[in-house]
Design a protein around this ligand. Structure first.
Ligand code: FAD
Length: 456
């Protein structure tokens, strides 16, 4: 098979790399595309889109390949694969970075931190920039510097017609609005331009662990601690077991525990002050908060969520952390069968909440906490494990029902049983506007292997 004007790599089922090229982060996803078009640049992306449209092929678009639902790969169609497009160019004077559409957050942090700069990215280094950005982008820096989309200055987009356009506040501003939360519905983003900020390079960061039995006390304390926290302090609560990382003593590995991971985006002394009361709470099992290179902190969790393991997710934004909500969390968080399953709560607020609700397509700016429930099992574990972890995640979400806000972060939605929740991610007003913009840029819904917005 050939594509006119395409200079990248074309991979079909008879190619030695086919199985590696069709694999995504979630090993439970097993799809067999007819063709994987591994692009070497924007022109290849445009050629691949034109080819797919001319041949009426299903299209999936792969950035980092990290979405739990596996929408980066499709059966029988073409995968427009940007995984070879990972370059990051930093302009230190202008404090911006140009990032190709297949880059991972580890790539961005590595290049930007060489200049003591950063932008809000995800909390795992091997997550893709593209999918994360297009859904909104939450991470440790968001309370100081806003969501990833709040730092997006421009994007180079290949549209469903195969045209290359630039979207920014001044050019295709409707498309630019939709890209900031509306996902991969509007075209293939070949590159992004982000605003950068001075961060670190050394920051106060790391987790504190307490025994699972202390969960209620820790979360009640955390509710007030988080509400009073300065914007510079980003925190994520992780409930499950102590991960078997090299920095953690072996006798602690796999013990049921709650951890609060911190990152202070400001002066070291201010950071030490901001986390002081947290570190004094109860009797921590382990306190790993210390002055840490930001770039090391950003990949500290990489070994806890490996490529090829099997995953099933449930998520919701929370209306608050009432005593009742905390009781539900403490009851369910440790009842998964697999020691690898866990849940995580991000503390939102700060700069996220100061951006007007309809300034971008990201909804849920008024929410203080969300939760993601991650069932995990190994590829060689039996169907029973899959069923048990899936049931646990569903049960946990169901129990949280009375404590849910009316929204969910679109990037945390899983596959089939979450399809109907895409509208819930946006709310009616934002969804309707997205559907209108979809009708303008992709009226045939060529880009539908995603959290789909139907042309309206
Ligand atoms: C372990 C883990 C940790 C995570 N942590 C965070 C976090 O801290 N913060 C957060 O906000 N999210 C987080 N996420 C969720 C993450 O935002 C999504 O999984 C996101 O889809 C990942 O982007 P990707 O490019 O790797 O995805 P892919 O699977 O490659 O793509 C997902 C979808 O995005 C679209 N897409 C991808 N690339 C492009 C492109 N270049 N142009 C147009 N559309 C494209 C396509 O529709 C595609 O189906 C995490 C996910 C995982 C698995």
């Amino acid at each position: 098979m050939e594509i006119d004007g395409f200079r990248g790599q074309l991979i079909t089922a008879d190619h030695a790399d086919y199985d590696t090229a069709r694999a995504v982060w979630n090993g439970a996803v097993d799809r067999r595309p007819r063709l994987i078009a591994r692009c070497s640049g924007t022109a290849d992306v445009a050629a691949a889109v034109c080819f797919a449209r001319d041949h009426d092929l299903e299209i999936a678009v792969r950035g980092g390949g990290h979405n739990v639902a596996g929408t980066a790969v499709c059966d029988d169609g073409i995968v427009i694969d940007l995984s070879a497009m990972r370059a990051v160019w930093v302009d230190p004077a202008g404090r911006t970075a140009q990032v190709q559409g297949g880059a991972l957050w580890g790539d961005v942090d590595h290049e930007t931190q060489a200049h003591g700069l950063a932008t809000t990215g995800g909390i795992v280094g091997h997550t893709g920039v593209a999918g994360l950005t297009l859904g909104g982008g939450i991470g440790f820096l968001m309370r100081t510097h806003g969501l990833t989309v709040d730092n997006l200055l421009a994007a180079e987009v290949v549209t469903a017609e195969g045209s290359i356009v630039r979207a920014s506040a001044d050019e295709h501003s409707d498309l630019f609005w939709a890209l900031r939360g509306g996902g991969g519905n509007f075209g293939v983003v070949a590159s992004f331009r982000f605003a950068l900020h001075p961060v670190g390079p050394t920051v106060i960061a790391g987790p504190v662990f307490w025994a699972a039995d202390d969960t209620t006390d820790v979360l009640r304390f955390y509710r007030d601690f988080a509400a009073d926290a300065p914007d510079e302090l980003g925190t994520v609560v992780r409930l499950g077991t102590v991960p078997p990382l090299p920095v953690i003593p072996e006798d602690m590995h796999w013990r049921p525990a709650i951890a609060i991971a911190c990152c202070y985006a400001g002066a070291i002394e201010d950071g030490e002050r901001a986390v002081r009361t947290l570190r004094r709470l109860g009797k921590p099992l382990l306190d790993l908060i210390s002055p840490t290179p930001y770039v090391a902190h950003q990949c500290a969790l990489d070994g806890t969520v490996l490529h090829g393991w099997h995953y099933y997710w449930k998520s919701t934004n929370l209306a608050g952390l009432s005593d009742d909500a905390i009781a539900v969390i403490a009851d369910h968080a440790y009842s998964a069968s697999s020691p690898r399953s866990y849940s995580a709560m991000f503390h939102m607020g700060g700069a996220v909440g100061r951006v007007p609700h309809d300034a971008t397509a990201y909804a849920g700016r008024d929410v203080a906490h969300n939760i993601i429930i991650d069932g995990v099992w190994l590829p060689d574990e039996s169907g029973e494990h899959a069923a048990a972890e899936t049931a646990w995640a569903r049960r946990f979400l169901q129990a949280l029902h009375p404590h849910r806000a009316d929204s969910v972060y679109v990037n945390f939605l899983d596959s089939d049983d979450d399809t109907s929740r895409v509208r819930e991610s946006y709310g009616d007003h934002i969804y309707r506007r997205l559907a209108e913009i979809k009708a303008k840029y992709d009226p045939d819904n060529a880009f539908h292997h995603n959290k789909n917005i139907r042309p309206g």
